[in-house]
Design a binder for this molecule. Sequence first.
Ligand code: LR7
Ligand code: MN
Length: 572
Amino acid sequence: LITGTIWFTTILIILYKGFPEIKLPTLMKGTNINKIGSKYTIKLIQILLSSSNQPRHYNISEPVSTKQTSRKLYGEMGLPVFLPSSLSPEESILVKDGWEKNAFNQYASDLISVHRKLPKIRDEWCDIPDRYKIDNSIKTSVIICFHNEAWSVLLRTIHSVLRESPKELLEEIILVNDFSYMPHTKTLLEDYWSQENKVKIFRTSRREGLIRARLLGATKAKGTVLTFLDSHCECSPGWLEPLLDRISRSPTTVVCPVIDTIDDATIAYLHSNNSIVHVGGFDWNLVFDWHIIPERSKREHPSEPVHSPTMAGGLFSIHSKFFEILGRYDEEFDIWGGENLELSFKIWMCGGVLEIVPCSHVGHIFRKRSPYKWKQNVDVFRRNNIRLAEVWMDSYAQFYYHRFGGKKIPYGDVSKRKELRNQLGCRNFKWYLDTVYPELQIPLSSGEIRNLGYGGETCLDSPGGKDNYHKPVGLYPCHKQGGNQYWTYTRKGEIRRDRACLDYSGSNIIIFPCHGHGGNQYWEYDAETKHFRRGSINKCLEINDAKNKISMEVCNNSNFAQMWSLENFNLS
Ligand code: LR7
Ligand code: MN
């Protein structure tokens, strides 16, 4: 009877809960258990265990020493893992499945130790004794949010933090599980870390998105400094001290490490060139981008911190008090996006400094698509960005709105965020652009460029597609749809579509990559005569009577075919 009851209950439990999560009694920290997770990775363990202890048929990039041929060597010191071109059917399924679930090569990652070490990457200048002066009160909580992160990748992230951070600087690691449903993200993960009291795990009670997940992490954190990382990172030796040093010297300085690329296919840690530092910017679609900006601040060495107009968003340290004063993040930001620019803008506008610290290097797996589900029926990224633009960008918000025809989707109530900005007495967005990001092209006009001759129905029309440099610029009836008729006229006198500029060197007027040096791309617009004039030859842009070609002709103030009206033109 007893055996029968046990069986009956077990079957009930299985029916109710599904198969219980695997727990291997031998699981211990430090052993290579990174192959546990989905049912496919469980299969992978079986395949690996059934084979010999030697690597079967995987090429590994590093020369395998004759003495040591254990699997531990895969990807050591950040080297790549190359899978053989002929895989068994089982393995092919595993590889494909790993890519589908994660948008990176999980199979390759599973072959690499979760403890793999990285070489020293930073410049020697960073190792000079007494370079870093960190106050005793400074300790950081490292907050890592994840939604369905692969087991080996998540563990490698956490182990790298534990290994590469001086104990006295690391308060704790806070994992925020944003409602993941991959099986290994629950009990298995909690059990794995149960002996390590520096690692604390919290779970959201519904899918919050990374921004509210971080806010949850921040409320639990005890450290004087908060350090955020994505869940697919690896910290390189010495990553933490240079960051905390800056905050210790000035608590309103917010710092980002140099973000190195971990290759999505081979999981190789790729080094960046230490003498070039990219800083963060953005375009008028409010998409973050990287730039090399000729140094504005004098630096005695390329590894000294650099001011950055924006941050990528995932990897940074901030004093917890400063984060609080700045109103953390807008809680209504959903899933992904916008929060990095929000924080960047307010750091600068409300009295802080944002820096990239080249002595600190952290790797991040850059992927080509997002593997997880977003909201249906809501363009989350746009909604977040409209909230951001409404609160922080003053009248410059219009340049963003023009990019999608000005139709704002419902974005909720932003009055509290505006109040926050007022209470803090922050500077305006013009100050930010003039002072912090003067490199950004500010359009003097944006939208169509309409000719007033022959009925005034003709607009400048770019040859469509990406590869149309060198083609003559066309004319077409104005259609008010943006697209090929969307132009910006910039302070530098460029007529531009994204990275392409109108260019005249004596014959056709063509589309050419913008070079920023004026010359053949300089068009002087006179708001009174409505001419686009080329001063050096005293000629003006004119359309022919067939309304299909533009050319440069001698300027004539009463010729409508030389007059142009610019949409959203604003000189101030
Ligand atoms: O619903 C979600 N819940 C989450 O917890 C969606 C995501 N997440 C987690 C996710 O598991 C990951 O750890 O949030 C983190 C970021 O998501 P990713 O890795 O899918 O996006 P990403 O690397 O493209 O994200 C970059 O931009 C985001 C904008 O909101 C965030 O600021 C990310 O932190 C940021 N990542 C970086 O800055 C690393 C360098 C990338 C660059 C450039
Ligand atoms: Mn990421």
